[in-house]
Design a protein around this ligand. Structure first.
Ligand code: PMP
Length: 379
């Protein structure tokens, strides 16, 4: 099997699994318990939190352990919007965002909030349009660092610079697809989220990094764990294993970028040789994501054809494919409708090899030959 759907999830690192199992065996105690085993377990949890702070070079920000980016985005966006409601009710975001952001801000519209979307111009976020959306009613800006469908990199530092003139605005960033591939602009974000399984950690592991714990409305109630922000018995083994995954991914980042950039180039060069096929991913996009359009053919048909050859790729993203919706991200980036319907995503991780890419290219050529009449008719 050749696995090229690493934006959906990655294979867990053996070291991360070992850490998870060891901690689960030896420290299955509740870190809130007052006995010595509880205290030891809590010490381990706090060590993991401090290690993450050190690796990510955080200063005053706190690390809240969650079950992943969906939960982290929900907690932050809803809590922050509600706490800032007396000062303004406008949230700015983009159509590129993951459903855990888009559906959260859309749910807030029912509470009286207004949502505005920044436009894109030739694949780039339009900073002038962003400026035009800012006014005294804006309290929250939510953007992703790297888009999960196209690999577009959003200008987080430039947004932060513009927001210096708007001190009451909270800037929240979804770094799920950028961590382990790009350096995080930690100084430019008021809060950000990560999901462990996107960088060879485990499913159900996430963090929310946030520096204003006192000024946010809580949306989850219970035992008051995780600064009262995320109640529920803490999954210490999961959180310690996540700190391990973060360390490994950060240590291996430069090497991964080098390898995956080469793979991206190999595939894009091949696609350019096949008349009618379109490279949707941007030349200055993230190194681990390639997006190809097959005009006139459904993306699902392409994914099935690769599946039959034992190669796993994806249509748009695993999350939106379940929702069977027209891809909002590709549409916002002005990809034509016929190309969107036939778009597929190929994504790499540290376990992807050059041999995988060569085999992918062979199969791509075979599938193209089978479908080239359909593609020719559509272009
Ligand atoms: N944001 C982005 C950009 C993502 O790609 C994903 C996962 N597809 C998420 C958020 C949600 O992560 P999780 O499913 O781990 O909660």
């Amino acid at each position: 099997m050749i696995y090229l759907d690493n934006c959906a999830t990655t294979k867990p690192d053996a070291d991360v699994m070992k850490t998870f199992n060891t901690v689960n065996e030896k420290y299955y105690f509740n870190p809130s318990s007052p006995h010595y085993k509880g205290l030891e377990t809590n010490k381990l949890l706090e060590q993991a939190r401090n290690q993450i702070k050190e690796i990510l070079k955080l200063n005053h920000q706190s690390v809240v352990f969650t079950s992943g980016a969906t939960e982290s985005n929900n907690l932050l966006i809803t809590g922050m919007a509600r706490s800032k409601k007396p000062f303004g009710k406008t949230i700015i975001t983009s159509h590129l965002e993951h459903p855990s952001v888009l559906e959260t801000v859309r749910a807030l519209e029912n509470e009286g909030f207004t949502v505005k979307y920044i436009q894109f111009n030739e694949g780039k976020l339009d900073l002038e349009h962003f400026r035009s959306l800012l006014n005294s009613d804006v309290t929250l800006v939510c953007l992703m660092h790297v888009n999960n469908v196209m690999g577009a990199i959003l200008p987080i530092t430039a947004i932060h610079e513009i927001l210096k003139d708007y001190p009451k605005v909270h800037f929240h960033v979804d770094c799920v697809q950028s961590f382990g591939k790009l350096a995080l602009p930690v100084h430019a974000m008021d809060s950000f989220v990560l999901s462990g399984h996107k960088f060879n950690g485990l499913k159900g592991q996430g963090i929310l990094v946030f520096d204003q714990l006192k000024t946010i409305t809580h949306t989850m109630f219970g035992g008051g764990q995780e600064y009262g922000f995320r109640s529920g018995t803490v999954n210490v083994a999961n959180d310690v294993a996540l700190s391990r995954a973060i360390r490994i991914a950060e240590n291996e980042r430069v090497q991964l970028v080098k390898r995956t950039s080469k793979f991206k180039m190999m595939i894009e060069e091949e696609v350019k040789k096949l008349p009618g096929l379109v490279v949707n991913s941007l030349p200055d996009g993230a190194p681990h994501i390639v997006n190809i359009g097959f005009p006139g053919v459904k993306g699902e048909v392409i994914v099935n054809a690769f599946s039959k050859a034992d190669i796993c790729i994806s249509t748009t993203s695993a999350c939106s494919s379940k929702r069977a919706k027209f891809n909002e991200a590709l549409n916002a980036l002005h990809v034509p409708e016929t190309v969107i319907a036939g778009s597929v995503r190929i994504s790499f991780d540290k376990y992807t090899t050059e041999d995988d890419i060569n085999q992918f290219i062979n199969v791509l050529n075979k599938i193209y030959n089978d479908m080239k009449e359909l593609i020719k008719d559509a272009v």
